[in-house]
Design a protein around this ligand. Structure first.
Ligand SMILES: *[C@@H]1O[C@H](CO)[C@@H](O)[C@H](O)[C@H]1NC(C)=O
Ligand SMILES: *[C@@H]1O[C@H](CO)[C@@H](O)[C@H](O)[C@H]1NC(C)=O
Ligand SMILES: *[C@@H]1O[C@H](CO)[C@@H](O)[C@H](O)[C@H]1NC(C)=O
Ligand SMILES: *[C@@H]1O[C@H](CO)[C@@H](O)[C@H](O)[C@H]1NC(C)=O
Ligand SMILES: *[C@@H]1O[C@H](CO)[C@@H](O)[C@H](O)[C@H]1NC(C)=O
Ligand SMILES: *[C@@H]1O[C@H](CO)[C@@H](O)[C@H](O)[C@H]1NC(C)=O
Ligand SMILES: *[C@@H]1O[C@H](CO)[C@@H](O)[C@H](O)[C@H]1NC(C)=O
Ligand SMILES: *[C@@H]1O[C@H](CO)[C@@H](O)[C@H](O)[C@H]1NC(C)=O
Length: 367
């Protein structure tokens, strides 16, 4: 009995560490994705063991394929995806089809067939031509935790809402043309990272439902009205916050009445947000982990806040362009070797600049 099992094992795994049926499925994918007359872009010529082929990751114990990175493997012309090609990979965790300009899908072979890939957790579909009608079938992949679907053809927030049936932790919808009201997106109790950057959304998000957020980007939408940063005060895990609007009447208020917010941010982007009606946000004096900060185009008043660089030793990228800061620009005496991009232009600064500043720091834009 043991001998038979071992024999079967040996046969289906072939001589290398790679399963015969999985290797055959890879060759089917190659045949389906290949552009006639051009060589296959991935290096799959290095021997029989398909676990060693470019973009393929296998489980170290049973040798089954767990990860497939097929990004940029076609020729940038749009074509239909045959989703059933992936069904032999029963242990697939991660799949990337990014930058292939696929439409979905050949008839009777949509994403719904991937509901049988019960371990599929991370799906990268960035830069394809998937549209609203594909959302319904993506929702059937109940194991998904990470879905990256930026730069596709998604349009309607009410279709996106269906994704809240999944237990997603990471969702990237940036660079589509999604319109509607953000609060129509449904409940996302597990979400840690959400990017909606560069869509056409309006309204605001019900922040109290998104307490696990680490990363949130709503930049470059059509947000309107007043957003209170204090609605994030209990988001202790928040590290990156990016807000801005393409239309003029968006306002962010950054006053925290009684206590400091519970977060220590790494990145904060609030350009052109009518921030605090020009009063410098005082909570920033208690932030010490910032490595990028963009407060440009906000009419902020007061002495130039160079202390931001002293308080935040990791500061890499500081943009304070087009405000109303006054006074001389005095750099911290010990310098800050981490600051590599600094824009203080279009303010009301006075006095002389350190004469060697551009020699030491060619990326500084000051006048
Ligand atoms: C899609 O892929 C499956 C599995 O390899 C194959 O059997 C089927 O013929 C393909 N469909 C088309 C239209 O190429
Ligand atoms: C799968 O993707 C996750 C994040 O999306 C990553 O942390 C993990 O290392 C990947 N695993 C494999 C096997 O590629
Ligand atoms: C989505 O894309 C498919 C395949 O290209 C197309 O047949 C369908 O009409 C599109 N649906 C919408 C709503 O645009
Ligand atoms: C949001 O945009 C939709 C169209 O996408 C529009 O019908 C609605 O009036 C807008 N809501 C607000 C509050 O501006
Ligand atoms: C934050 O938590 C405190 C204490 O539980 C609560 O009183 C307050 O309303 C919460 N703030 C927000 C914005 O949810
Ligand atoms: C900003 O100033 C305007 C005009 O004085 C006022 O109507 C508005 O309520 C202020 N906004 C905030 C957030 O303080
Ligand atoms: C400066 O910022 C204001 C908003 O505070 C904006 O209206 C104006 O266009 C900006 N000027 C430039 C030159 O970017
Ligand atoms: C630069 O950042 C590192 C941490 O990333 C910190 O240890 C170091 O002190 C910083 N350097 C300066 C000159 O502030």
């Amino acid at each position: 009995m043991i001998a038979v099992v071992l024999l079967l094992w040996h046969q289906s795994k072939g001589c290398g560490a790679c399963w015969v049926e999985e290797k055959a499925a890879l060759l089917d994918i190659k045949a389906s994705f290949s552009v006639p007359g051009t060589p296959w872009k991935l290096n799959w010529d290095n021997g029989d063991d398909c676990c060693r082929w470019q973009g393929v990751t296998c489980d170290s114990v049973d040798g089954r394929i767990t990860g497939l990175d097929l990004s940029e493997s076609t020729d940038f012309t749009s074509r239909l995806l045959n989703a059933t090609l992936f069904l032999p990979f029963r242990e697939l965790h991660n799949l990337s089809l990014s930058a292939n300009y696929f439409n979905c899908c050949i008839s009777a072979s949509g994403f719904e067939s991937w509901s049988s890939l019960s371990m599929l957790e991370a799906l990268d579909l960035r830069q394809n031509n998937f549209n609203d009608s594909n959302i319904e079938s993506l929702v059937r992949i109940s194991s998904l935790k990470t879905l990256l679907i930026s730069q596709n053809q998604l349009l309607n927030v009410l279709q996106i809402k269906q994704l809240s049936a999944l237990n997603l932790e990471v969702l990237d919808l940036s660079g589509n043309k999604i319109s509607g009201v953000i609060s129509d997106m449904g409940d996302w109790p597990f979400l840690k990272a959400l990017s909606l950057r560069g869509n056409l959304l309006n309204g605001t998000l019900p922040m109290e439902d998104l307490i696990s957020l680490v990363y949130l980007s709503l930049s470059g939408n059509q947000l309107e009205g007043l957003l209170l940063l204090s609605s994030f005060s209990n988001h202790s895990k928040l590290k990156i916050l990016e807000l801005s609007s393409q239309i003029g009447n968006f306002q962010v208020e950054a006053e925290f009445q009684n206590a400091n917010p519970s977060f220590q941010l790494g990145g904060l982007e609030l350009p052109n947000c009518n921030l605090n009606n020009g009063t410098f946000p005082s909570f920033l004096s208690n932030q010490h982990e910032l490595y990028y900060l963009d407060l440009s185009h906000n009419q902020l008043r007061g002495p130039f806040p160079i202390w931001l660089v002293q308080n935040n030793k990791n500061m890499l990228n500081l943009n304070l362009r087009n405000n109303s800061f006054t006074g001389p620009l005095v750099m911290p005496p010990q310098g800050n070797s981490n600051l590599s991009w600094f824009d203080a232009s279009q303010n009301m600064l006075s006095g002389a600049l350190p004469s060697d500043i551009h020699i030491k720091n060619p990326q500084f834009i000051i006048t």
